[in-house]
Design a protein around this ligand. Sequence first.
Ligand SMILES: Nc1ncnc2c1ncn2[C@@H]1O[C@H](COP(=O)(O)OP(=O)(O)OP(=O)(O)O)[C@@H](O)[C@H]1O
Ligand SMILES: Cc1ncsc1CCO
Ligand SMILES: [Mg+2]
Length: 270
Amino acid sequence: MECGAAAWALLERVRRSAPLVHCITNLVSMDLVANALLAAGASPAMVHSLREVPEFAPRAAALVVNVGTLSEPWLPAMRAAAAAAADAGRPWVLDPVAASASEFRMDACLGLLALRPTVVRGNPSEIIALASASRIRDAKGVDSSHESIDAVEAAKSLALSSGAVVAVSGAVDFITDGQNVIGAHNGVPMMRKITATGCAVTALIAAFVAVDPTNTLEATACALSIFGLAGELGMEMAKGPASLRMHLIDSLYGLDEKTVASRVKILRHS
Ligand SMILES: Nc1ncnc2c1ncn2[C@@H]1O[C@H](COP(=O)(O)OP(=O)(O)OP(=O)(O)O)[C@@H](O)[C@H]1O
Ligand SMILES: Cc1ncsc1CCO
Ligand SMILES: [Mg+2]
């Protein structure tokens, strides 16, 4: 795969068509998710009232459901939006934040998984927990206590059981459909020190899959690498997490063909 050229083609398509991404995401992440989508050229909308979902959902090109600050009133809207997307054949992406933190959260994630997300993106601990539908006793809340390489087998098994493409983020982001595994090698460790970078890349995946619905595996890898590359460029100017957050958004907005073509690194994983 000419990965740099493919990633640039998808970024250009996002910039040209500005897909409307319906986001039901956590309260911590809303600002970064919306700004990351805008910087990439997509159009975010945070709409989570059950009253609005039937009217609004059909207008969106893709949906993100993120359970980070899950509360009971939100769950029916998440389910309704996911079911509407699945029925209409529109891509939708699940972010199972802290899936193993409580029985309520795990049950909610498993129920959403049954509504056939196109992509599931989580950190390693979330993917390991979801794959075995179990609580992890040493889980650290929303942050991962595992490395992405340790979650590859769990990701493959979750992809096979759910039918979704599964992406596990980390030093290398691994993306699998259960058979193939590809690694997106861009990014910097400081990205973990900014809350909701994972949520933001989940939303970016939705935008990329919206413009390339027949190549979910590759589109997901391209979104992860593009976001990681924005982190690398941002890190060249940053002094710490707060300025990285700003420079990452600026870098995502300013990405050009030469940089993307030469620096995006997506490799097939054996
Ligand atoms: N060690 C690392 N090196 C390079 N990039 C990293 C590293 N760890 C995480 N990233 C990148 O940071 C972003 C967020 O990944 P992370 O695994 O921290 O998500 P998360 O735990 O779901 O985050 P959050 O819940 O705060 O949204 C991804 O784009 C990922 O590629
Ligand atoms: C810190 C935090 N708590 C619930 S969601 C969230 C944002 C990162 O997932
Ligand atoms: Mg997360």
